[in-house]
Every structure is written in structure tokens, then in C-alpha cells.
Design a protein around this ligand. Structure first.
Ligand code: PNS
Length: 185
């Protein structure tokens, strides 16, 4: 018997006994999209807290036309897999196209994004409103970044790593190692 067809309980509904199966409960699914170039501990924090709101989180590497990437999609995917291996059920994918189309394809109700400081607000607000205009059924949910990660970003971490700065504790160990290799240190 598959997980989706297992009987959860039988209940009286309008005087009739009905069988409630797993499939009758919609999984709350969120897409956590980003460039992840590379994944940081700030991203991991959002994912961990996102699991308190959603049953299923799909981490999606999407293309941001405003960015030049240090890591290939394959490298970013490998680093995400390694950094999230304690969550064996988490899905990690890459998608080239509109985020809302991907959300529909995955039956996701929400887009999960982290918000750091006021500087993030304008960009995030613009993106959330555009996504809502493109598809009103997909909601954007923001989580405030944990205080520990408020000043970190993939870009600032790459810059520090490039000049040999100590980034211990800001990125997962696999990312730290890969950044050292990339910058020949
Ligand atoms: O980590 P980032 O770079 O801030 O993530 C931005 C990303 C990849 C989520 C955004 O650029 C995106 O959604 N790209 C896919 C194309 C799209 O749907 N853009 C938003 C509507 S204009």
C-alpha cells in the first residue's frame, strides 16, 4: 500500500461514515528558490525554520539574470546536497524559467524567502509583487533571517574568501572547503 493511499481514520460526515486517507490532506509545500552561489548557513537557517511551517520544502536553484555565478549549477547542487544531508527527504532541484511556473509544476502553494535588513526589502517586495501578478495562487512567505546571519550573504562571503578571510561558521564545511579550492588557498 502506498503512503498516499493509507487510511488515516474513519469519521462521520453528515451522518455517513467517510474514510479519510493521507491523500485527502494537502501537503503544505514551499519552494525555497535562490541562486545559492554558494549556500550559506543563513540559507540553512531559513530552511530549518521553514520546516516548522511547511511539510515539504523544495530547494530550487534558479537563474537570476542580474548575477554572474562563481559555481556551476552542478557544483551548487552538490554543495546543497552535502550541506542538507541531515534532511534526507528534502528535494533539491534546478529550474530554468519562471519561478511561479515551477511552483505550479510542483504543486507548491508558497515561495519561501528570507529577509535580512531593510536593504533586502525593495528587491524582495518587487519580486513578490511580480510573482503575485504572474500567478495569484502562489503566495510569498518571508522569514526574518536569524540575527546571527543578518550581515551575511553569498556575495560578501565570496569576497572575504577570495582575499583569504576567515569564513568559518558562516558556511557549511563543504562550502568552506570548495571556496578555498576555488580561490587556490
Ligand atoms: O538568491 P537570489 O539570487 O536572490 O534569488 C533570486 C531568484 C533566483 C529567486 C530570482 O531571480 C528568480 O526567481 N528567478 C527566476 C525567474 C523569475 O521567475 N523571476 C521573478 C519574476 S520577474
Amino acid at each position: 500500500m502506498t503512503r498516499s493511499s493509507s487510511v488515516l481514520k474513519r469519521e462521520l460526515f453528515a451522518g455517513n461514515e467517510v474514510t479519510i486517507r493521507n491523500a485527502d490532506f494537502m501537503l503544505r509545500t514551499a519552494i525555497y528558490p535562490g541562486s545559492f552561489d554558494p549556500v550559506t548557513n543563513g540559507h540553512i537557517d531559513i530552511i530549518e525554520r521553514g520546516f516548522k511551517l511547511f511539510d515539504r520544502i523544495i530547494v530550487a536553484i534558479l537563474h537570476n539574470p542580474a548575477k554572474k555565478y562563481l559555481f556551476s549549477v552542478d557544483e551548487r547542487m552538490t554543495l546543497l546536497r552535502e550541506s542538507l544531508k541531515k534532511y534526507p527527504d528534502i528535494e533539491i532541484e534546478a529550474f530554468d524559467g519562471l519561478l511561479v511556473d515551477y511552483a505550479v509544476q510542483k504543486n507548491a502553494q508558497a515561495i519561501l524567502r528570507g529577509m535580512r535588513a531593510v536593504s533586502d526589502f525593495e528587491y524582495e517586495f518587487q519580486m513578490a509583487l511580480m510573482n503575485r501578478r504572474l500567478n495569484r495562487n502562489v503566495q510569498t512567505v518571508f522569514l526574518m533571517t536569524g540575527l546571527r546571519w543578518i550581515f551575511t550573504s553569498s556575495s560578501i562571503i565570496k569576497e572575504a574568501a577570495c582575499f583569504g578571510g576567515n569564513i568559518n561558521g558562516m558556511v557549511p564545511p563543504a562550502v568552506n572547503q570548495k571556496l578555498k579550492e576555488k580561490f587556490g588557498r
